[in-house]
Design a protein around this ligand. Structure first.
Ligand code: GBH
Length: 458
């Protein structure tokens, strides 16, 4: 096995607060939009909620033992905004801050670097009640929250990620209604996307103003390269619309100094884009130290009629295409096509398209396969090992192609609350029995441990 990853390449795992912590009412935590959404009948499979999740809030020392056992040098996790500010503004809950300080100090004591994400989808419900991400004010509130967490933990955390995946927040959350807060809007979802980016920019600016040497600031985007299902002009145009909505809506303002061309035309009659103000582009596009890429699958795009012919009633998710025509390749337990070279394409494509792009990390990559019913099957996840092996290889191919890739984080350490799918789908390297909170490392955990040991660089 030749080690072709650059010196200092990071090997880690990722989690997020709402998905693992549980304890949704402990120590003064306020409700988030996901607590509310999960109570809507039919919103989450099985009626599952943020309880108990992996009850990481109480079991975190054991979970850190699992990190040590894996041998990771880095751990990506998120801070729950409603633990820090139960109503999204004003009063700070000390017990929330203290929890994350304990975790971060324990990580450092174990020689594991914390990669902290400020927002992984758990908006305080009180802010949603005032418009949520549709409202410009939420971007300002996010910057305040970011600055206060940075003031509190800046002595023990160097890696600061503002947002995890603004695309699903805006489009699945405010456009398709599949994620919290469950809205199906056109203008509102596009406003949410803009205000998430604005919040990212304002937060980055606020934290940079107080940064210590060694602090690094970045954002995490989900990337699903959009490929047309045929060489027809209509399918090519449909794939371009998909790419504009999912990728360029975010990467052009962040790294290209402009709003994505074509976005306004795509939503003619849906939104007037009046949420854009002078100066926003400069705020959004200030320099970053890294870009995190979450990769799971490619999108295969065919032209299709709009579901809603009247633009005035169209949602931001209805852009006249069909992504259900998959190629004949294996699928994961989510039904997602397994295409490791899509990861290479995503990384190389970003590098080629945006001169001056900061270094990248793969900040999430992983899969679910149905667990077999018996005890052995619970942990014998050979398909996950194959998936991870192939995707790590695809990351290496991007490095070989000259991409400045600095690390790879597997999603996820633990089985957890998989959003609208509830607890049914298990992404963990470690199996969690939710009834007993027993943790059982899977075969993939042992594979990743051995992989890291073989590829650790100085
Ligand atoms: C990541 O999103 C998230 O950051 C992470 O929290 C999550 O656990 C992980 O993926 C695994 O899903 O299921 O048809 O409603 C990846 C991008 C965007 C993929 C939303 C799923 C919903 C499609 N995700 N999308 S559907």
């Amino acid at each position: 096995m030749t080690s072709t990853f650059p010196p200092g390449f990071r090997w880690g795992v990722a989690t997020s607060a709402f998905q693992i912590e549980g304890a949704t009412r402990s120590d003064g935590r306020g409700p988030s939009i996901w607590d509310t959404f999960a109570t809507v009948p039919g919103a989450v499979a099985g009626g599952d909620t943020g309880e108990p999740a992996a009850d990481h809030y109480h079991h975190w020392p054991r979970d850190l033992d699992l990190l040590t056992g894996l041998g990771v040098d880095s751990y990506r996790f998120s801070v729950s905004w409603p633990r820090i500010q139960p109503s999204g503004r004003g009063r700070v809950e000390r017990r929330g801050i203290d929890f994350y300080r304990r975790v971060v100090e324990a990580l450092r004591a174990r020689g594991i670097e914390p990669f902290l994400t400020l927002y992984h989808w758990d908006l305080p419900q009180a802010l949603e009640d005032e418009g949520g991400w549709r409202a410009r004010d939420t971007a300002e509130r996010f910057a305040e929250y970011a600055a206060l967490v940075h003031d509190e933990l800046g002595d023990v955390v160097d890696r600061w990620t503002t947002l995890n995946e603004p695309y699903p927040c805006a489009i699945a959350g405010y456009g398709e209604g599949r994620h919290a807060p469950g809205a199906r809007e056109g203008h509102g979802a596009l406003a949410a996307a803009h205000h998430l980016l604005l919040g990212h920019g304002l937060a980055t600016r606020a934290m940079r103003a107080r940064a210590r040497p060694g602090h690094r600031f970045g954002i995490v985007l989900n990337q699903s390269p959009a490929v047309p299902v045929s060489p027809s002009a209509a399918d090519i145009a449909a794939a371009a619309r998909q790419d504009t909505l999912l990728r360029r809506q975010f990467t052009d303002p962040l790294f290209g100094g402009r709003y994505a061309p074509g976005l306004i035309a795509m939503f003619d009659g849906v939104s007037d884009f009046s949420f854009r103000r002078d100066g926003d582009l400069e705020t959004i596009g200030q320099p970053l130290d890294y870009l995190g890429v979450n990769y799971y699958y490619r999108l295969h795009v065919a032209d299709a009629p709009y579901r809603e012919p009247d633009p005035a009633r169209r949602t931001a998710a209805d852009i006249g295409l069909d992504t259900t025509r998959l190629p004949d390749v294996p699928r994961t337990g989510m039904g997602w096509p397994v295409e490791p070279d899509g990861l290479t394409d995503a990384l190389v494509g970003l590098r080629d398209e945006y001169p001056g792009l900061p270094p990248m990390y793969v900040t999430e990559n992983g899969c679910v396969y149905p667990d077999l019913a018996d005890e052995r099957g619970m942990v014998a996840d050979d398909q996950r090992i194959a998936f991870l092996r192939e995707h790590v290889e695809a990351a290496r191919a991007a490095v070989a192609a000259g991409v400045d890739l600095r690390g790879y984080f597997c999603w996820s350490l633990l089985d957890n609350f998989e959003w609208a799918h509830g607890y049914k789908h298990r992404f963990g390297l470690v199996h969690v029995d939710y009834a007993t909170q027993r943790r059982t490392p899977r075969a993939s955990y042992h594979w990743y441990r051995d992989h890291i040991a073989a590829h650790r660089t100085p």
